[in-house]
Ligand binder design. Structure first.
Ligand SMILES: Cc1cc2nc3c(=O)[nH]c(=O)nc-3n(C[C@H](O)[C@H](O)[C@H](O)COP(=O)(O)OP(=O)(O)OC[C@H]3O[C@@H](n4cnc5c(N)ncnc54)[C@H](O)[C@@H]3O)c2cc1C
Length: 404
């Protein structure tokens, strides 16, 4: 069986990975750019590893666990919990698993009241008992912000922790994302925290490409048209296939959340931490900062420190970050040097969770991608897996029918 896949992002690569695992080897993946990975790419500049837009792997993701070899990725772990900066002060919000001091500091000096911390523990416990299917099949269709209020959290902890934290996860500022996405990601963070592969986030797609075979990917090839049996590329060539998979979003009307991610180099770190640092200042622009070479030392191989700073939306004026950084970390940020600024207009799709994803073909064409399920590594890979399974199941049925 000959399969054509359009797009070598995580969804297309995962689809190819499962097809190969099931002995379907005649695969061609058409990729518009010169690299595989789609939204997961890493640039190597002046001894730094720069992911194109700060992002993390949540090792508890069920789909990555099925496919990726975590030992080979040499995962570099963040410390669980967060460190919050507000009005020049640090507010610790550490995971109780970090030890008694962390627990004590969080209870005494952390954001919100003791009641807030009890509600948080209850939420963690309740989510640990729910399966991911339970979460996504749940009937609630309220926003994440409405959900947090419904759980009874105080406005203080919502402002100081939940909003800054989830602004950085959803890449939107009002937490209007469906509450099921908050439940899912919070469960994942609580189970195994967050991590970066030692060699950069693009080590994830590289692992998939190594298995599929780089000769299966046609780089620098844009697909202009397709139907259930053929693909036409921008050089005017048409190729025939038994099945065609569209693993990219060709629907230009879809809404996306955008983010600006600046990387800075510094001689000295303002704080020695492996936590994500949240900015809870009112009127902030920056959502979070990460001492990235502290978490994953390989991200800097030139003796300097690498710091990632993210703000939702599009910010072409890089100076605008500096005043926020100064109010968070003090004067020494004036000596930080901008390494690179990434503006990612189409970062996370605004997914409609009411519309259930079905991997079945539409007019004979199969579709996968994060925009159909969830804007996450897990969502992209799940859609790729389910599409491959659907193709295998359809072809088995056709095969047994033609033999009967
Ligand atoms: C800044 C940022 C931060 C993120 N943070 C996280 C995070 O912390 N954790 C998490 O789990 N997820 C995160 N994500 C989401 C995650 O990276 C994506 O959901 C996932 O990588 C999307 O994979 P995909 O295959 O669906 O789409 P894409 O990655 O968009 O892949 C589509 C591919 O198709 C190609 N293509 C498009 N059109 C054509 C054409 N006409 N012909 C040929 N090829 C074509 C594209 O070049 C691309 O390679 C983040 C994303 C961004 C951008």
């Amino acid at each position: 069986m000959k399969i054509g896949i359009i797009g070598a992002g995580l969804s297309g690569l995962t689809c190819g990975w499962y097809l190969k695992k099931n002995s379907i080897n005649d695969i061609t993946i058409f990729e518009f750019s010169d690299k595989a990975g789609g939204k997961l790419k890493t640039d190597r500049i002046d001894g730094f590893q720069l992911d194109r837009g700060f992002q993390v792997l949540l090792p508890a993701y069920p789909e990555t666990k099925k496919v990726l070899d975590y030992d080979k990725l040499q995962l570099q772990r963040f410390q669980k919990g967060s460190l919050i900066y507000k009005n020049g002060k640090q507010i610790p919000f550490y995971d109780p698993g970090n030890g008694l001091t962390a627990l004590f500091e969080t209870v005494v000096n952390g954001p919100g009241s003791v009641i807030d911390k009890l509600i948080l523990l209850k939420l963690k416990w309740a989510l640990s008992r729910l399966s991911i299917e339970d979460i996504f099949n749940g009937k609630k269709t309220i926003s994440s912000l409405a959900y947090l209020r419904e759980l009874g959290f105080s406005e203080r902890i919502i402002k100081d922790f939940w909003i800054p934290f989830y602004q950085g996860v959803f890449l939107e500022n009002s937490l209007e994302t469906d509450s099921r996405m908050l439940q899912f990601t919070f469960k994942m963070f609580a189970e195994k925290g967050a991590a970066l592969p030692k060699e950069g986030m693009d080590a994830i797609p590289k692992q998939l490409v190594d298995y599929i075979g780089t000769d299966k990917i046609r780089y620098n090839t844009k697909v202009l048209n397709y139907d259930s049996k053929s693909v036409t590329t921008s050089d005017g060539k048409q190729e025939s296939f038994d099945k065609v998979v569209v693993a990219c979003n060709m629907n230009k009307n879809l809404e996306y959340h955008s983010v600006t991610n600046n990387y800075y180099e510094a001689e000295k770190l303002p704080i020695d931490t492996k936590h994500v640092i949240l900015n809870a200042n009112p009127n902030r622009i920056i959502n979070n900062a990460v001492m990235i070479s502290n978490v994953a030392p390989n991200y800097s191989q030139n003796g300097k420190h690498l710091i990632s700073v993210s703000a939702n939306g599009i910010h072409t004026d890089v100076d605008i970050f500096l005043s926020d950084l100064k109010s968070m970390f003090g004067l020494e940020t004036a000596n930080w040097k901008l390494v690179k600024s990434y503006i990612i207009r189409e970062a996370l799709p605004a997914v409609n969770f009411e519309k259930k994803y079905e991997p079945t073909s539409i007019e004979g064409v199969f579709y996968c991608g994060d925009y159909l399920l969830q804007g996450s590594i897990n969502g992209a890979m799940e859609s790729g897996r389910r599409t491959a399974e659907e193709i295998i199941s359809v072809s088995k049925k056709t095969h047994s029918f033609s033999r009967a």
